[in-house]
Ligand binder design. Sequence first.
Ligand SMILES: C[S@@+](CC[C@H](N)C(=O)[O-])C[C@H]1O[C@@H](n2cnc3c(N)ncnc32)[C@H](O)[C@@H]1O
Length: 287
Amino acid sequence: MTRQPLRLAILEAERLLAEAGVESPRTDAELLAAHVLGVERGRLPLIPLVDPPVVDAIGQLVAQRAKRIPLQHLTGWAAVGGITVDVGPGVFVPRPETELLLEWTLTSLQNVPDPLVVDLCTGSGALALAIANARPDATVYAVDNDPVALSWARRNAEARTAEGDTAIRLYSGDVTDGALFAELDGLVDAVVCNPPYVPRGTRVAPEVSGHDPVNAVYADEGGLEVIRPAVSCAARLLKPGGVLAIEHDERHGQSVPALLSGRRVLSEVDDHPDLAGRPRFATARRG
Ligand SMILES: C[S@@+](CC[C@H](N)C(=O)[O-])C[C@H]1O[C@@H](n2cnc3c(N)ncnc32)[C@H](O)[C@@H]1O
């Protein structure tokens, strides 16, 4: 059994992924190789040669990735804040752009002891669990209306609790319900929300159209169908001084801040770009 240079296997994987139109072929090739080898990506240069079965296993995953199956469905996890969450069919894969919303929220809560936080549209539980991980003193409520997403969130929540994180409170509910979390009215320090916001009819990458749940991605009313009730819900839940951070489509850099400004109780309305400089999330504070 002749050992083969890992570097060559990765180069070949990169070539195939580039041919298939994958956006970051080198990164994905390395992450799949690292997954097969059970090491962190940064350690790949320390592995010059691999056995043929390893090359085969990398090749099989690369072939699936070339069919535009999301990288995270192949590795089974996605990173968010200081943790990873399990993801797969039926749940939205957390995106790197949401990290900035998370960071903004954690910074806003820096001087708030024992904060009460609500994550609307929690999906895999990504934001709620990352906040619970970063702030063990926080009480975090999370809600989603999709039973499959909730089953992933429950699984992730159990895994995080087993790792020692504070347990989150996970609920099945709809953001359009005007009485959602009514018992928390006026008590919440931070509301985070990454809702479905892509205007229907928008063309998206095959990884999204073929694998993210439709109701996690698209929204009617030009993409504002869930954002509008989420803003109302946040305005009701927040305590004076409490903050809202809500992600939106890059075409909503004016309309979502305008929705926030339209709420008498919200002030300090701002919009923030993502890592690519596109308008990505709006924030406000309850006055
Ligand atoms: C874009 S995903 C975000 C998931 C997670 N917050 C993240 O950042 O990875 C949107 C989530 O909102 C949920 N959702 C859609 N409409 C909803 C509604 N009306 N009420 C509650 N959840 C909703 C979907 O099921 C999906 O899990």
